[in-house]
Design a protein. Structure first.
Length: 223
């Protein structure tokens, strides 16, 4: 049995995000004993602060400035990883594509400020419906994609109906003006024939196109 080196010195500073999450520790270790000064410990805390700032900036570059959710490229990148994990673990995945159909009307009536407010409110509404392991991304000006982890067809459709009902009744600046959101929702499940995440996304988008012509309840599922 080979033993590792004996650690006789350790000093660490937690790496905590601006949201309050602990991401790890910046540490210094050695096989020799040391007695760091107060100045050296303060320098270690400063380095940790700089490292955390760089991590925060890197993370924020992946997010939509208006809604705070992933933009298209990182959403697809993380979606591809989740697809690989689902294959390895024999898990189900479902993808929900949803668009705000009357965003142009909102822009004409309330301007870009009104559009941004609606997008933020709608994004928060979606996130309240998601589980911690699920993903959400703003894929286009008016469209969002939600990747549901380990949700079968029945659970995905229940989720989508619940989100649809919440969206069309979502309160906002227009509440007292007899106005509400108009949304379309397309849903699909991971299929054995899917080679990439883009295959899954394209099928969910086909479902979304069907939903737009579906009638009063604009929600469709494509196998």
């Amino acid at each position: 049995m080979v033993e590792g080196p004996s650690i006789r010195f350790y000093a660490g500073v937690p790496l905590r995000s601006s949201d309050g999450y602990n991401l790890g520790t910046l540490c210094v270790i050695d096989t020799e004993a040391h007695h760091p000064t107060a100045r050296q410990l303060e320098q270690l805390r400063l380095i940790a602060k700089l490292a955390m700032h760089a991590i925060d900036m890197r993370y924020k570059s992946l997010l939509c400035a208006v809604t705070g959710v992933f933009t298209r490229q990182p959403f697809f990148r993380f979606g591809e990883k989740e697809l690989d994990h689902a294959r390895q673990r024999h898990q189900t995945l479902s993808l929900v594509n949803i668009e705000i159909d009357n965003l142009r009307t909102i822009n004409e009536r309330w301007g870009l400020g009104g559009v941004d407010q609606v997008l933020r409110q709608f994004s928060r509404l979606c996130q309240r419906h998601l589980q911690e392991e699920d993903l959400i991304g703003r894929i286009s000006d008016k469209g969002f994609s939600l990747l549901l982890i380990e949700r079968d067809e029945l659970a995905s459709m229940r989720f989508s109906h619940s989100l649809y009902d919440a969206a069309i009744s979502m309160p906002g600046m227009y509440t007292n003006q007899h106005y509400h959101l108009q949304v379309s929702v397309g849903v699909t499940l991971l299929d054995d024939a899917d080679q990439t995440f883009d295959d899954l996304y394209r099928r969910a988008y086909r479902a979304l196109d069907l939903a737009k012509v579906a009638g009063s309840i604009r929600l469709a599922f494509v196998q």
